[in-house]
Design a protein around this ligand. Structure first.
Ligand SMILES: Nc1nc2c(ncn2[C@@H]2O[C@H](COP(=O)(O)OP(=O)(O)OP(=O)(O)O)[C@@H](O)[C@H]2O)c(=O)[nH]1
Ligand SMILES: [Mg+2]
Ligand SMILES: [Zn+2]
Length: 301
């Protein structure tokens, strides 16, 4: 048996990120706890990294470099800088449920993020054992929607199929059941879920760090901490319209190529809303986000 010298450059993939430490996994699915070399290095879940063995500080090694990210899910932090939540994802899985009450603004803003990053989006209406949510607006514009219950394993087939082969991240409000869905999907997994009933109030945040899990049938899923709010980093007006696919489609017929779809004459988007082809709620959500991005102050997030 040969031992690698200390400075051998190894590669791995981040499967959990906790503040200043990460758990990484090699190709054989062996896991190692690592610190970071330098304060600027902030690896996130699914990052591919280079690392070296270094057992000095009670860990297995030190991460020296993050390899280029193919995709990144981001949000602005409180100071207006960009925070990366996860990288190298191929699918954004937006989970919502009848309880806690759905904030469709959050759902829309995740969809915007997905469109702007260029990854697939899947909508998951969970807790169907409690109530069925109306998801027609999203189906009409072509997003896949699955209606499931973490408490009804037989309802999970279509979700499992959509996850197959992807690197997905489960996102959404706290308490919608992201961790419960993973526990139901992955035999033997037992991640912590909210134990006390959320009642009518907002769920407390049970998951505190993003963690990547492997699916038996192939593919990986990242469980992420729930949010109170979400918005993607600000983009200019022209780009923002691309976050709303039905608005982007209609915009081709606006009189002005730089139409913002607010009060311009001969606006195909506004006409589409008036004539019922574009959902009023989605249009309101677009205007709201346009305004939110325009008034970008220090407290943007
Ligand atoms: N009735 C019902 N309850 C569910 C379902 N899925 C999850 N729950 C419950 O909802 C609560 C929240 O579930 P979690 O899985 O912890 O939610 P989460 O989205 O991971 O929450 P955070 O980690 O805080 O973001 C728990 O009490 C679950 O038992 C479901 O399909 N039906
Ligand atoms: Mg959770
Ligand atoms: Zn227009």
């Amino acid at each position: 048996m040969s031992t690698a010298p200390d400075d051998t450059v190894l590669t791995g993939r981040v499967v959990a990120a906790y503040g200043r430490q990460v758990e990484i996994e090699d190709e054989q699915q062996q896991r190692f706890r690592c610190m970071m070399r330098g304060r600027k290095l902030r690896p996130v879940c699914a990052d591919e990294v280079q690392w070296q063995r270094n057992e000095d500080d009670g860990v297995d090694g030190v991460v020296t470099r993050i390899l280029p990210r193919r995709t990144a899910l981001e949000r602005p932090d409180r100071r207006g800088r960009v925070d990366t939540l996860a990288s190298n994802i191929t699918q954004l899985v937006i989970v919502f449920a009848p309880r806690p009450e759905v904030d469709y603004g959050i759902v829309d803003r995740y969809l915007v993020a997905g469109e702007l990053i260029g990854v697939a989006a899947l909508l998951v209406a969970n807790k169907r054992d409690l109530d069925r949510l109306d998801t027609k607006v999203y189906e009409d514009i072509g997003y896949p929607v699955v209606s499931v219950s973490a408490k009804q394993p037989e309802s999970l087939g279509p979700l499992a199929e959509h996850l197959n082969g992807h690197t997905s991240i489960l996102v959404g409000q706290s308490g919608v059941g992201k961790s419960s869905l993973l526990n139901a999907l992955i035999p033997g997994l037992d991640v912590r879920t909210q134990t006390v009933s959320a009642g009518s109030g907002e769920g407390r945040h049970t998951t505190t760090a993003s963690m990547l899990h492997h699916l038996e049938q192939g593919g990986d899923v990242i469980d992420s901490p729930g949010v109170r709010d979400y918005a993607p980093p600000p983009v200019d007006e022209a780009q923002l319209a691309h976050g709303y696919r039905e608005i982007a489609d209609a915009a081709a017929d606006c009189r002005f190529h730089n139409c913002r779809h607010l009060s311009e004459p001969n606006c195909a988007v506004k006409n589409g809303v008036d004539e019922g082809r574009i959902s009023r709620e989605r249009y309101a959500s677009y205007r709201h986000l346009l305004q939110r991005m325009a008034s970008l102050g220090n407290d943007y997030s």
